[in-house]
Write a protein that binds this ligand. Structure first.
Ligand code: CA
Length: 233
């Protein structure tokens, strides 16, 4: 089973490092967002098993992030981390859709215990992994290996196409090197050249890009690889 992924939302670098390091040591995959807007983007992209959400964030605070995600139907378990321990805050956090909360300063043991408990609890309900992702006007269904393309038509995607898209999607907008794409998607099979990856990306662009001369979603990192941009910004 793949490692469970935790989205950590924390604006204080010292705490972020401490928390991320400890979660990684426990075997979790960790994604860090350092403000509310980044948290919303990362949470909307899905694939997270848990969101560890600091309440005191600049601009968009944790309660607001939580409220928005819930109103959009994102049901990933959320563990709120608040520095204040006032009863109204607890109520606000739970009203906003948080599943549990942790008071700062916290002991790492307590953090890990709550993370573990929340993941176990959510594991009892249906799996929450994202299967469908929107790319502009199109969408991809990873489980069914099908998509709606730029012409509004349903198309079947082959294993390589799905593999590439999934890898880019799971990278959350960061660049994936061509070599890594080959290693992950082709594995031991044959020996494709970086050019093979490029050809597949060209095919995918034909499916999902409104303007092939100016790709909006499948972005080339010249000489390195590709990244998938799902945000409008
Ligand atoms: Ca904070």
């Amino acid at each position: 089973m793949a490692a469970q992924r935790i989205l950590v939302v924390e604006d204080e670098p010292r705490i972020a490092n401490l928390v991320c390091d400890n979660l990684e040591d426990e075997g979790y995959r960790v994604v860090l967002a350092t403000d509310g807007a980044a948290a919303l983007r990362a949470a909307r992209q899905g694939g997270n098993d848990l969101i560890l959400l600091d309440v005191m964030l600049p601009e968009l605070d944790g309660f607001e992030v939580c409220r928005r995600l819930r109103s959009e139907g994102v049901n990933t378990p959320i563990l709120l981390v608040t520095a204040r321990d006032l009863p109204p805050d607890r109520v606000e956090g739970l009203m906003a859709g948080g599943d549990d909360y942790l008071i700062k300063p916290f002991h790492l043991d307590e953090l890990l215990a709550r993370v573990h408990a929340l993941l176990r609890r959510s594991g009892w309900s249906e799996p929450k992994s994202v299967t469908r992702v929107n790319i502009g006007e199109c969408w991809i269904d990873f489980d069914r290996a099908e998509a709606q393309d730029i012409h509004g038509e349903m198309v079947a995607l082959n294993a390589k196409e799905i593999g590439i898209l999934k890898l880019l999607f799971e990278a959350h907008g960061s660049v994936v090197q061509r070599g890594d794409i080959i290693a992950e998607v082709w594995g031991d099979e044959a020996d494709p050249t970086p050019r093979t990856v490029d050809n597949f990306v060209v095919r995918l662009r034909k499916r999902f890009e409104p303007d092939l001369t100016n790709p909006r979603y499948l972005i080339t990192a010249r000489g390195i690889g590709y990244r998938l941009r799902l945000d409008e910004d």
